[in-house]
Design a protein around this ligand. Structure first.
Ligand code: GDP
Ligand code: ZN
Length: 456
């Protein structure tokens, strides 16, 4: 998909597939007056609700409903937008859409690509890139906390924080660059404009934005947890116990031997994707061996591995072997289950650093386990997440931080380095500008918008 592209009118069903009370067909284009006249006998008044029949080319009614007309630039896309709100059935909506495309042939109306409405909103400056991404994130939000933060991003809270920071960098850049034209002033530039304290202030505020963005990213991405352990230690029981009343989404991906079950639960609004795996043990059974190989593959991809053990044989040789094979760079939570079966005092000590004693059956210490998972995710409970962020944003913030730190070092080692100082500021400015889409390649834009749904 190319970005700096076309302005053909586009049309799509904007509501979710399936049946619904109402369904919406949306059309956007530079000028839809002609199309509106072709579709409806009544002249449409901008921003007025008209109740009208939606007729086919023979004048036969397909449906009837509300028509809204937004004249650009006062619309979602910044272009003219027509919205036909009819009954929300897939067949009737397809017919309405098809008719709009046929009637729109003289104006080149075509089917919209994924995210193309929002892409136009971005290209027409109705939204910046971080806000456009928040549109998708709001729709995809899997918890109320995530939805709240996505809405904050959509309203521009994140963009505003980033832009304000960038303004300060731009100001400093202007001062340096003006000075570069007068080399005799270079020597005392840093003093004269208090460049070092100014830069320190910017660096500190960037760090704060990064902390919030990290919270926002956790809220968006969640944590991938793999439950690993021998057969019968209670992996599936623990998964069920953690899921509790949560509206769990179970995805069963059929495999060759055994289904892989990912269940999404929420802790504190943070999505936790838990993978239940085939039990690990020595076996001659070929089918089981394949399952075990897949378990190890899951373990390699995990953010966190819960190494689950049975309290009755937690210390034996096989557990040691499993522990030794777990990847060193992945956080491992050693969890001993079924403490209800052993003497409550023998090993139910929860103060032990890296081992947690639980019972999936009685629920003992499950709250501790939940807290431990949030901890590993880097989530600070109670801390607000003022906006939702993506990994891309976090990388840009990190990159900007590195350039500012380097600028700071140049400032420390004083003279003759003002051009290096200026260059680092420029790079920091560009990194931050990528977040809001000021400096972004067409490839990246294509990637972002093509991951949207059609009609968005
Ligand atoms: P998996 O093979 O690791 O998934 O283990 P399951 O979850 O299928 O559990 C194996 C058996 O252990 C079942 O009979 C469970 O009811 C039992 N079990 C699981 N957790 C506990 C626990 O905390 N206490 C007790 N007493 N039994 C448990
Ligand atoms: Zn199981």
């Amino acid at each position: 998909m190319t970005i700096s592209g076309t302005t053909d009118p586009i049309a799509a069903i904007a509501t979710a597939p399936g049946k619904g009370g109402i369904g919406v067909v949306r059309i956007s284009g530079p000028n839809l007056d002609g199309l509106a006249a072709a579709l409806f006998d009544t002249p449409l008044k901008a921003r007025h609700a008209h109740y009208l029949p939606f007729n086919d080319s023979q004048g036969q009614p397909i449906d009837a409903g509300i028509v809204l007309y937004f004249k650009g630039p006062h619309s979602y896309t910044g272009e003219d937008v027509l919205e036909l709100q009819g009954h929300g059935g897939p067949a009737v909506l397809r017919r309405v859409l098809q008719h709009c495309i046929e009637a729109g042939r003289p104006w080149g109306v075509r089917h919209a690509q994924p995210g193309e409405f929002t892409q136009r909103a971005f290209l027409n400056d109705r939204l910046d890139l971080a806000q456009a991404e928040a549109v998708a994130d709001l729709i995809d939000a899997s918890s109320e906390a995530a939805a709240r933060s996505a809405m904050a991003s959509l309203s521009g809270a994140f963009s505003k924080a980033v832009s304000e920071l960038n303004e300060r960098i731009i100001h400093l850049r202007m001062l340096v660059e003006a000075t570069l034209d007068f080399p005799e002033e270079e020597i005392d530039f840093l003093e004269k404009y208090q460049a070092k304290p100014t830069l320190d202030g910017i660096i500190a505020d960037l760090a704060a934005i990064r902390r919030d963005a990290r919270q926002g990213m956790i809220l968006r991405e969640g944590l991938h947890v793999v439950l690993a352990g021998r057969p019968n230690v209670g992996k599936s029981s623990l998964l069920n116990a953690l899921a509790g009343d949560d509206v769990a989404i179970v995805t069963a991906i059929a495999g060759t031997t055994r289904d892989r079950v990912i269940q999404q639960i929420h802790i504190d609004g943070v999505p936790i994707h838990i993978v239940d795996t085939a039990g690990l043990r020595e076996t001659d059974d070929e089918v089981e061996r394949i399952g075990i190989a897949r378990t190890w593959a899951e373990i390699e991809r995990a953010d966190v591995v819960i190494h689950l053990q049975d309290a009755r044989d937690a210390t034996d040789e096989l557990e040691v072997q499993i522990a030794q094979r777990l990847p060193v760079r992945t956080p491992i939570l050693t969890v001993v289950n079924k403490v209800d079966l052993i003497d409550a005092t023998a090993g139910a000590d929860t103060s032990e650093e890296d081992t947690l004693y639980i019972s999936a059956k009685t629920g003992h210490n499950l709250d501790q386990l939940r807290r431990r998972l949030l901890d590993i995710a880097g989530w600070s409970p109670g801390a607000q997440s003022p906006w939702l962020a993506r990994e891309r944003h976090l990388r840009a913030l990190e990159e900007a931080g590195e350039h500012l730190n380097r600028a700071r070092e140049h400032a420390e080692h004083d003279d003759q380095v003002l051009d290096l100082f200026a260059e680092e500021l420029r790079l920091a400015h560009e990194a931050l500008g990528a977040i809001t889409g000021q400096f972004t390649s067409d490839d990246l834009l294509g990637e972002i918008f093509s991951s949207f749904c059609i009609g968005k």
